[in-house]
Design a binder for this molecule. Sequence first.
Ligand code: NAP
Length: 493
Amino acid sequence: MGRTAERTEWGGRRDLRFAIVGAGMAGILSAIRLKEAGLTDFTVYEKADRLGGTWRENTYPGLACDVPSHLYSYSFALTPELSRRYSPGGEIQGYLERVARDYEVDRHMRFGDEVACCELATGRWRLETAAGHRDEVDVVIAATGVLHHPRLPEIDGLDDFEGAMFHSSRWDHEVPLDGARIGIIGTGSTAVQIASALVDRAAKLSLFQRTAQWVLQQENPPYTRDDRAAFRQNPAQLTELHETLSHLFGVFANAIVDADSPEMEMIADACRANLEDNVRDPELRERLRPDYRAACKRLVVSPDFYEAIQRPNAELVTEGIERIESAGVRTREGRLHELDVLVLATGFKVDAFMRPMAVVGRDGQTLEHLWSARPNAYLSISIPGFPNFFMLNGPNGPVGNFSLIEVAELQMAYIMQLVERLRSGACREISATREAMEQFEAARVEAAKKTVWMTGCRSWYLDDRGIPATWPWSFDRFRAEMRAPEPTAFEYR
Ligand code: NAP
């Protein structure tokens, strides 16, 4: 693993202490960037007993990243050792652990120590963890992730089921799967990966579909030993591949915000061709055909979902769930689907962010109160009245089908510029102004109306108003915006 990042010399004057909340992909990144800048007085607080965030929490069969792994890697820590184009989850977890070790940031991590409260007092943040540990820091970086509070479905009788039942992100590996009758509720990216992985192990696999999905077929070829040797010998090839993939995803990300772009039509055509070419039974094909536009919901990427759902032991159940009973799932037309295992692949509460951590900013203002309608932040990074408190992958940031690592890297480079102002002594407190946040939010909501996410579907992108809680402009614009903070958007004290 090479260290190709340029190191920056920071001629700082002020000692700063940092708390990073969360030791997932973004927390590890924050720690590395602080350390590279010579800012070594920091602790990474992690509630779990291991780093890795989403890749630690999700261990379901079939777990993989549907962003090509050479893009879903830190740009400064590309690795030649990947097994496939889309790495399995365990490989990504191993990668994150290795990077944290290589960059020696793992020693800054406190595991099993959840930050319960974070309060601004005389210009510094006072932290208290659930275990009672206290800390006082100048800067907080909340790297707490988006998709990590499981959402259980509101279905009658959920507690009546007598088989094994768990949410996809809380997989119970003690439960036998071979020869079992397995039910999966949901048809998102998670459910599709689980269904493909389990169909050949289950006696019967029932997939309970409320809404059909557009599925983009992507092959997942292995990297051969020769491929890996070539990457090892010529690291420039890795950088090139990372850049090419970043460019391709950029094109996709640029297209997705414009519902009527030709690229959007190409994506829709590719999904339609997958359905037409790969689903033989016309009746099943119609039940799998979505009645909304491709990419309105988060696009599902799979090499083999249609193949899996056409296996003789697989059933796509579209009748709608009436209730859960002790023996299985009863659908609306009265049929009982008897099951041994029920997987709730029903997604996440995406508006929690760092909550339930209590955050108290200037003048006793609480984040809970500020976000009581919905979460909001300037450029998803900074909140007025919460100085020196920065977020990675915060509210309304880019969360579409791209690499959240790339997003976090750009955001962290931006945050480091704000940190440098603090460090140089130019000011002691920085937060976005209320006007900047309000203007940003108004423009964002307006732009969101043109995106494909608002063309008529239900998805986790949409907030309580039906507005996509995401970055509605091109990825190029995001990159440009992250280049340098706009001075007038911030209040400096
Ligand atoms: P999701 O996309 O939110 O999907 C949840 C599924 O559960 C939907 O099909 C939903 O149906 C269904 N559902 C929820 N409540 C239900 C109910 N009461 N009755 C019946 N069905 C119900 O969640 P996810 O699949 O876990 O994926 C979340 C996100 O994680 C993805 O969009 C993606 O960003 C990320 N992810 C990424 C990868 C990757 O490879 N990079 C893999 C997995 C997940 P409706 O569609 O009708 O609402």
